[in-house]
Write a protein that binds this ligand. Sequence first.
Ligand code: SAH
Length: 263
Amino acid sequence: APAVFTGTDVYQRSFNPQEYLREFYRLSNSQGQPNAFLTQNLRALLKMFSLEGLGGDTLIDVGCGPTIYQLLSACEHFQEIIALDYTDQNRRELEKWLKKEAGAFDWRPVVEYVCELEGDREKWAEKEEKLRKKVRQVLKCDVTKANPTEPVSLPPADCIVSTLCLEAACEDFATFRSALRNIGALVKPGGHLVMVTVLRETYYAFNNQVFSCLRLEKDVVEEAVEGAGFDVRFSEVQPCPPGNVCADCEAVLSLVARKRVPI
Ligand code: SAH
């Protein structure tokens, strides 16, 4: 495990989106073993976005990275999506898929898997098109800034989703709590926060590059979410499926919270 925190400068310099996708987002590995970490998270996301009241006009994805899996069930419930990430090459990689450029990552097996969960595997192409149409902007953000999209001010959204970002972006608990307040301000009162976070992870690695991770416990995350002005509606811990040698994650927390309405 690295002793040193890998901040935004390291992401910008060393995070290779294509290698990241190859390592963590293929539905099965070269030996044909299913990617249980991914399928578990896809099932959790479907379950969370199916909860009553999760829907509306706008969804903001915070720390999207180069990935779309976190939007596949979500896109059925919102009209417009804005994706945010710090790292230029990650936003660029996402744009490649959105614009169907040559060399874009092939998400089809993952989209088919989600369509099958949702009842019709054959709808994968339709879902890809729906998602491409709904993602209206891909913007730079820094979750450690009071306004993460500064100098741009976004109108508050009906929902924000954030997967595997804050534990990577935050050096300590104080930063984690303030990052949750910062991204929490992007949501309307009564709107929702959907999160997928690894627990007790200190690093993840791919492409001979190690990235630090803030070691979180369920209670710490829930308290930070409550402290950012949200009420937790759903919180579920699942053990990290074995077989993932590229990280020391022990469990995954899926959480949905609703922003309190001032009285
Ligand atoms: N959401 C994706 C990517 C997670 S990897 C997924 O589920 O796989 C962590 C992401 O956090 C990277 O894309 C990185 O660029 C982003 N990140 C790191 N520090 C950040 C910061 N301070 N503000 C916003 N994003 C940050």
